[in-house]
Ligand binder design. Structure first.
Ligand code: SF4
Length: 350
């Protein structure tokens, strides 16, 4: 027998059956070295679970950062953090926004489009962006937002404008590596759920210094709140950001963490998708089936427009899903279109 660890096999069985696994079981799995045979088993189990659950279809999102300012969030890993950013305030024009929306949605296969602001944001600016997106994007693309902490009334307005859900996180070491209060981050998630929006969240930004206990506590914030999408994202060492010197974890370690979170999500009642950010193939073979293309402002990029720089294009995302063995792309109306070599050819994604 290649694996004699009875506890590991028992946890994997539970996870694969969709029963979910406990915090203690997550920690047990996270303690295996990511280069080990056991890590490969954990990743294979999560991969199998996701592909069966999601009909082997991948999901592509697009995110457009609509404005930049020295952000009072002050996150020590972010290129826009007040106190260390080199950026001045800037908003994309309506014409640029329209073009970016068209770039992402003209192929008709984008599941959801995120519109992103800094922590402090003007509701009229985001409502204007939503209105443009609703007008240009096809009906099968959902419109989502990624905004700062906000009250219930803000999310009621966004829902009225046609927004389906919002990305929000309580970051690892929130309040220590950021200027924001973890209580307000969680309250905002509760506000958006109370307003009838779906919650998309993430365990982020994972760095080499985070303990397995910290990761697992963070996983369960989204699980216990009832997130629709969960994710893992490693911290990118952005030159000039205060946490640059702490370095980065590898994509392999991120994939191991992705697999454990996927197994933990079995019983999360609203859960639909597992995302890995930034997109990579090991993650897509370890439980993730959702990746995000990016344009405009990006907290991990020193360029004002991440398109053509750090941000992935939708063409590249299609090809990565294909190369990762997904045979379909799921659209925002939950239909699935075949993902084939010919499809890549006709969408100029080769
Ligand atoms: S990560 Fe977001 S909240 Fe933090 S500084 Fe950057 S833009 Fe602001």
């Amino acid at each position: 027998m290649l694996c004699k660890d009875a506890r590991l096999l028992e946890i994997l069985e539970k996870g694969r059956n969709g029963e979910g696994i406990t915090k203690e079981e997550c920690i047990y799995l996270l303690e295996f070295d990511e280069h080990s045979f056991e890590s490969s088993l954990i990743r294979a189990t999560a991969n199998d679970l996701t592909r069966e659950r999601m009909d082997n279809a991948g999901v592509i999102l697009g995110q457009i950062g609509v404005e930049i300012s020295p952000c009072k969030g002050g996150c020590k890993f972010c290129t826009f953090g007040e106190g260390h950013t080199k950026f001045e305030s800037f908003s994309i024009s309506d014409e640029e926004l329209d073009q970016k929306i068209r770039d992402f949605t003209e192929g008709g296969d984008l599941y959801g489009l995120y519109l992103m602001t800094m922590h402090d944001f003007n509701l009229d600016v985001i409502l204007n962006a939503v209105e443009h997106a609703k007008r240009i994007a096809p009906p099968q693309t959902q419109i989502w937002v990624n905004v700062g902490d906000a009250p219930y009334s803000t999310f009621v307005e966004l829902k009225k404008a046609g927004v389906r859900g919002a990305y929000h996180v309580c970051r690892l070491r929130e309040g220590i590596d950021t200027n924001l209060d973890p209580k307000n981050r969680i309250k905002t998630m509760e506000n958006l759920l109370a307003a009838g929006l779906e919650l998309y969240t993430c365990c982020e930004p994972i760095g080499p210094e985070h303990t397995n206990e910290e990761l697992v506590d963070n996983f369960f914030i989204g699980i216990e709140l009832g997130c629709t999408q969960h994710a893992v994202m490693r911290r990118i060492a952005v030159k000039g950001a205060p946490l640059y010197s702490r370095g980065q974890i590898t994509e392999l370690r991120l994939a191991h963490i992705c697999a454990v979170l996927t197994l933990a999500l079995g019983r999360a009642k609203e859960f639909k998708f597992m995302s890995i950010h930034e997109p990579n193939q090991i993650g897509l073979a370890s439980g993730a089936n959702l990746i995000t293309a990016e344009s405009g402002a990006n907290p991990r990029d020193c360029n004002k427009d991440t398109k053509g720089n750090r941000g992935w294009s939708i063409e590249r995302c299609r090809k990565l899903l294909y190369d990762s063995g997904f045979t379909g792309i799921r659209l925002g109306d939950e239909s699935i279109i075949p993902l084939t070599f010919e499809y890549l050819e006709t969408t100029h994604s080769l």
